[in-house]
Design a protein around this ligand. Structure first.
Ligand code: ATP
Ligand code: MG
Length: 441
């Protein structure tokens, strides 16, 4: 694509912006000062700067510098280099890791995909280091391309980012369609940032989102799964879900057809996500397992019905339906077994809870609480289930009904890790999923 020509940057001196060192982590400041002292340009970039300007607590602080990875390595004894194709430095301060990237001249796909695109043993290395100006235009959105320079505490804006921040507007750097084609995950990042920060996606940046969802089919599964988890389990799940539906991007993540989504199913998903958002806000752990159970519940019912009309037993119908639904899911986005197994147990326990037999055995089941929470979620829209829910609530000690989805925290703990699975065009799927629980940031 033709690269946008950058004019002279707008540089705001310390007195004209609100970013204070008091809001930057000590570790990040250490790295910034260390690099500056060693004679390099060092800037805070990306989400850290963006979030501080928007009044949000940053999740982490990313640093960009004119120093090469080797120079960063030489500057900090507590550092190591990671990545094969794109080399990054990690500087360690106890449990804290600060990621340092060298200014790069490349419009290429994001770092995480680098290893997925190894060509046999040949490493397609394109560590083309560059200037800050070049570093700017490889970034995805203007709001992610502000540089806070430690040398003079100034804020450097090459792309009109400050105005976009002021207008709370999300805009790609360069031609939106070209940028999404380069890396389709940027479409999901657009949705996530809009949901998380309440930004409006400006019209040109928004238009291709309706059209280009199919490009997600080419994204390595592990990366897609990571993004889906970030979208739905970072505390802005309801809004992210609404936007994914709106742009029909959800069709490429889950076996959900946004155009024909049944209202009952939509409500179940929304309620679960609202619950998850509340848990994240309260600092409670959440895992993808419970949500997977929710997202695939309706397709499971349909698949069950399909099996039952063929005259098979309920047991066999359930087994076959479960297999079919999980296969449909994995064709889009492979969910690690450590999440699908607990989801399947939650499903399995639903009919057992409804039958109310052998209550003591069921209460002792490791997945009881998650299954109960799932039942409580269903009961919000299926009044027939309420007596059953009351029964199990009383059995648990008559403590009433906290529909807290506490089971979310249990569901998903443990279980075998996914086998590495290679499939056609989605090369490079690895089982390096996110941690079992996604804590609030
Ligand atoms: P958050 O950390 O809050 O999730 P972030 O924007 O900081 O959001 P990171 O994944 O930490 O997200 O990325 C850091 C920066 O790297 C981004 O702000 C952006 O400048 C750049 N970046 C990340 N992913 C891409 C991508 N796919 N294409 C282009 N630039 C990207
Ligand atoms: Mg970040």
């Amino acid at each position: 694509m033709p690269e946008p020509i950058l004019g002279p940057p707008r540089i705001l001196p310390r007195s004209e912006h609100s970013i204070s060192r008091a809001h930057i982590s000590k570790s990040a400041l250490n790295v910034l000062y260390g690099l500056h002292k060693a004679g390099y340009e060092a800037c805070l970039v990306g989400g850290g700067v963006r979030d501080l300007l928007l009044g949000v607590t940053p999740k982490d602080f990313d640093i960009a510098t004119s120093a090469s990875p080797e120079q960063v390595r030489a500057t900090f004894r507590n550092s190591r280099l990671i990545g094969r194709r794109f080399r990054l430095a990690h500087v360690h301060f106890g449990p804290d890791i600060v990621e340092v990237a060298t200014y790069r001249a490349s419009h290429d796909k994001a770092e995480d995909e680098a290893d997925a695109r190894l060509d046999g043993d040949r490493i397609l290395r394109d560590n083309v280091y560059g200037t800050r100006e070049e570093d700017v235009i490889r970034r995805d959105f203007t709001v992610n391309a502000l540089y806070y320079r430690i040398e003079d505490f100034s804020l450097i804006d090459h792309v009109g980012a400050l105005e976009d921040i002021e207008q709370r507007r999300l805009r790609t750097i360069g031609d939106p369609e070209a940028r999404y084609r380069e890396d389709p995950v940027r479409m999901l990042r657009a949705v996530r940032l809009a949901a998380k920060l309440g930004l409006t996606i400006e019209p040109a940046t928004e238009a291709p989102l309706f059209e280009l969802g199919y490009l997600l089919e080419t994204v390595p599964q592990a990366r897609l799964f990571d993004e889906a988890v970030k979208l739905l389990l970072s505390g802005h799940g309801v809004r992210s879900y609404e936007l994914l539906l709106h742009y029909r991007l959800i069709d490429y993540l889950f076996p959900i057809e946004s155009a024909t989504l049944a209202p009952e199913r939509d409500r179940l998903i929304r309620d679960a996500l609202a619950n998850t958002d509340q848990r994240v806000a309260a600092g409670l752990p959440v895992t993808p397992a419970f949500l997977i159970a929710v997202l695939l519940w309706e397709p499971l019912q349909q698949a069950m019905a399909h099996q039952l009309v063929r005259g098979v037993s309920e047991h066999d119908a359930f087994a076959q339906a479960q297999e079919d639904v999980l296969r449909a899911q994995n064709d889009l986005l492979a969910v690690p077994k450590r999440f699908t197994l607990p989801a399947a147990e939650i499903w399995f326990l639903q009919s057992r809870l409804q039958r109310r037999r052998q209550p003591d055995r069921l209460l002792a089941h490791p997945r009881f609480r998650a299954a109960f929470d799932f039942l409580a979620l269903r009961a919000q829209h299926e009044p027939d289930l309420r007596p059953c829910l009351d029964f199990w609530a009383a059995r648990q000690g008559g403590m009433g009904l906290p529909p807290s989805s506490e089971g979310e925290a249990e569901a998903g703990a443990g279980g075998p890790r996914r086998r590495r699975r290679r499939r056609g065009r989605r090369r490079g799927a690895s089982d390096a999923g996110p941690p079992t629980t996604v804590a609030a940031s």
